[in-house]
Design a protein. Structure first.
Length: 149
């Protein structure tokens, strides 16, 4: 019985450096995307903390002025965190569109430039439609990888 070789880790080791090289060509947009989405995630992480403080303050009763102040403070923090999360997520998602489009444009330009440099024999023996389809599928995969990461 022969063991099957898993090619996925080798593919990831080849693809990620390729993607990171293209990300480094746009450091400001990459930082905006990462900062916006990470900031929104951090804001979401702190939401349960203040929700717990709000519940704790509400269980002490409305007659206690310290509990009322703690409840208003926790509620205010929840509102601020919610707004910060929405704004940061919006910024990150607005920045990822031109970021990904530029990378896809650069990659497709490079791919077609390489294909055009192949010999005349290669072009005579290859189907143009299948070559274009392979490049297009690669661009779709790159778009999905950028969105996922």
């Amino acid at each position: 019985m022969t063991a099957q070789v898993d090619k996925r880790p080798a593919a990831i080791r080849a693809v990620l450096p390729f993607v990171f090289r293209h990300w480094l060509k746009q450091p400001a947009r990459a930082a905006t995307v990462a900062g916006g989405l990470l900031g929104a995630t951090v804001a979401d992480l702190f939401m349960p903390l203040f929700s717990g403080q709000l519940v704790d303050a509400m269980t002490l009763g409305p007659s206690d002025p310290a509990a009322r102040g703690a409840a208003f403070t926790a509620f205010g923090a929840i509102v601020v965190l919610g707004l910060a999360s929405m704004i940061l997520r919006f910024i990150g998602l607005q920045a990822i569109v031109p970021f990904t489009l530029r990378i896809m444009s650069d990659v497709s330009r490079d791919a077609f430039m390489r294909v055009q440099r192949f010999s005349t024999d290669w072009h005579a023996n290859s189907f143009a439609g299948s070559t274009v389809r392979k490049i297009t599928r690669g661009l779709w995969a790159l778009d999905l990888l950028n969105d996922t990461i």
